[in-house]
Design a protein around this ligand. Sequence first.
Ligand code: DX5
Ligand code: ZN
Length: 236
Amino acid sequence: MTVERLACCPVTPLMPPAMKALSVSMLSADFGRLNEEVELVNAGAADLFHLDVMDGRFVPNISYGFPVIKAIAAKARKPLDAHLMIVEPDRYIESFHALGVAYLSVHYEACIHLNRTLQHIRSMGMKAGVALNPHTPASLLADSLHAADFILIMSVNPGFGGQAFIARSLHKIAALKTLIVRENAATLIEVDGGVATHNAGLLYDAGADILVAGNAIFGADDPLRAMAELKGAGHD
Ligand code: DX5
Ligand code: ZN
């Protein structure tokens, strides 16, 4: 995190993070060596496998779908955290459950009946998450917080890995944390996009419970060290 970003985004931690977890985005993995990449995450300090599902409609990119997730699930020894960047996510909730997904997030912008969708996810025994595009304010979640186990704040415009962190996302983490406290909710905060060792500490300290990182791990010279550094960032 540069001094300039710090100066534009002063953030006072409201309370210590409930948890400091790391979810590894497989979007940046080498799919020609998928088993090895999964084993790397199994061996590292990460807590979750982050699976970015893109349909070419909700976002301008198409990533991967059920066969690839099935292959990852077969080797993964950590829970699967699927992030659906798709329209009409309700149509696929059962399918993701059948693949063994434990955390399932849908986009606020893609759900007409958001609370019903979250109820459906929970009814299958999965943790229900709401993802917010950078333009969507946290305040819109006041009437959904109790229906959600976690909120995923997109800190890049969704669709691609390896983009630069949007500094304003720090304000959104703080605003969401304030809302969670005010509503007396137990909702966790996940932050996704442009997370790296230079900003991970600030994000945890601002209130993030789960950080997602792809390029910062698979693009690193030493991915195991990168996972350990990301996971250990911030104050205890
Ligand atoms: C973007 C995805 C992110 C992305 C993160 O649409 O939701 O999960 O893969 O990648 P990095 O960490 O490289 O920004
Ligand atoms: Zn994601």
